[in-house]
Design a protein around this ligand. Structure first.
Ligand code: PMP
Length: 463
């Protein structure tokens, strides 16, 4: 036990490292190895830069966890939160009650969304939004008298959150091994052309990967399948960008077999892919859409499920009570912050800016790194992208012990004050959509230093 509480001593006197190790359990962390090193303690942030407690200025190439779309330090969101806290810090939306911010946000989101996603349900995290969407999909079929339609089809390397339904829908086997595997979930291959495309063209492979879903539906029986869930671009799985042929074929298959299509836009929503929603980028109109992260740029927790007319009509008119909801569903402060965030996204045209900046950023990365033997592919859509590190760029061969080179490169990024994440041996990035040309140059310089250092390590057989 530590004797002091942080608030009783000055920042510099307090041993934050010891307190963190003694009392704080981190998400997705191996604590033993965490405790062998230092935890980076972030103290402030402005624009695309973070500052830590020893004065490093770090370029945040991940926008936090893919969420800080408008960049750090926007006073408009602070003011919106403060004003709402003063007038009404909380009231719930159960029991025939609402508040103005939640009504405004529901109206605004459904007006922005593609297709007939005319209804919004609110929660606090992406995981809760996914749980809600899955519960809605099953409730839809139960209400329609087809309760056998329960199975949810997801994809390997898919990520749909860390609550149990979300983790079961996702395709992360390590999560399944730790208690998150459930019956009535199935998985198919991801549309990962770089990894699995072999000799096929990306277009051929897109159709091939989509048809795995059809095969799976036939295997299980369409009468047992409730929904297919997918991220327009698989983020946490390694920024897997499907070939253009993939999503239209998925939509065709879902319609042909009467299976609901759920687009998990927790990362892709709000401009990340160069359009307001990833579904627009890939030309699909899902039945349900999950949103979080960019909805408030991460300034405060909030998520939403947008529901299309077909599902909403059944839930509204036939289900009776839908036994689902959260104390903070539609929290007024979070909704007020979301509205201010949407003002910025729209008035600064950040989706269009993400598209233009993404093109520039990829060109800069290709100019700096494209010829290096370690680079297998540099890909992106809008401001989400990936750099594949490879053992052989000609054959796109993976390194033998997958993940080691990626971890090494991530550590080099870390020492160069750049946040870039490694997924296996794929370096992924998703900077704030507000990133400037000069900041992109800075990102490319730091990434180049880190990747060249990684390549040098491999050559000198440090690995
Ligand atoms: N879905 C997707 C596509 C995600 O990327 C994430 C988080 N990275 C989630 C769901 C879960 O969101 P949260 O961590 O807010 O629960």
């Amino acid at each position: 036990m530590l004797d002091h509480l942080a608030s009783t001593v000055s920042d510099s006197d307090f041993n934050w490292q010891a307190a963190d190790a003694a009392h704080h359990l981190h998400p997705f962390s191996d604590h033993k190895s965490l405790h062998q090193g230092r935890v980076r303690i972030i103290t402030s942030a402005e624009g695309v830069y973070l500052t830590d407690d020893v004065g490093n200025r770090i370029l945040d190439g991940m926008a936090g966890l893919w969420c800080v779309a408008i960049g750090y330090g926007r006073q408009e969101l602070v003011d919106a939160a403060a004003a709402q806290m003063k007038t009404l810090p909380f009231y719930n939306t159960f029991f025939k009650t609402a508040t103005r911010p939640v009504i405004s946000l529901a109206e605004r989101l459904t007006a922005m969304a593609p297709g007939d996603l005319n209804h919004a349900f609110f929660a606090c995290s992406g995981s809760e939004a996914v749980d809600t969407a899955l519960r809605m999909a099953r409730t839809f079929w139960i209400t329609k008298g087809q309760p056998s339609k329960r199975v949810i089809i997801g994809r390997e390397f898919g990520y749909h959150g860390s609550t149990t339904l979300g983790a079961a829908a996702g395709g992360m086997v390590d999560m399944h091994r730790q208690g998150a595997a459930l019956p009535d979930f199935a998985h198919v291959m991801p549309p990962y052309w770089y990894g699995y495309g072999g000799q096929m063209s990306p277009e051929e492979f897109g159709l091939f990967a989509a048809r795995q879903v059809e095969d799976k539906i036939r295997e299980i029986g369409a009468e047992n399948v409730a929904a297919f869930i997918g991220e327009p671009i698989q983020g946490a799985g390694g920024v897997i960008i499907p070939p253009e042929t993939y999503w239209p074929e998925i939509q065709r298959i879902c319609r042909a077999h009467d299976i609901l299509l759920i687009a998990d836009e927790v990362i892709c929503g709000f401009g990340r892919t160069g359009r307001m929603f990833g579904s627009e980028t890939f030309g699909i109109t899902p039945d349900l859409m999950t949103l979080a992260k960019g909805i408030t740029s991460g300034y405060i927790p909030l998520s939403a499920v947008l529901v299309g007319d077909r599902v909403a009509d059944v839930l509204i008119n036939d289900t009776g009570e839908f036994y689902h909801g959260f104390t903070y569903s539609g929290h007024p402060v979070a909704c007020a912050v979301a509205l201010a965030n949407l003002d910025i996204l729209e008035s600064e045209h950040l989706a269009a800016r993400a598209e233009a900046s993404g093109i520039k950023l990829r060109a800069k990365l290709i100019a700096a790194l494209g010829d290096q033997p370690i680079i297998g592919e540099i890909r992106g859509t809008g401001l989400i992208g990936a750099i594949e590190l490879t053992a052989d760029r000609r054959t796109r061969r993976f390194f033998e012990k997958r993940g080691r080179v990626g971890a090494l490169c991530r550590d080099h990024c870390f020492s160069n004050n750049l946040v870039m994440r490694a997924v296996r041996d794929t370096m992924v990035f998703s900077p704030p959509l507000t990133i400037t040309d000069a900041e992109m140059d800075d990102l490319v310089d730091r990434a180049t230093t880190a990747i060249m250092a990684t390549q040098a390590d491999i050559r000198s057989e440090i690995l």
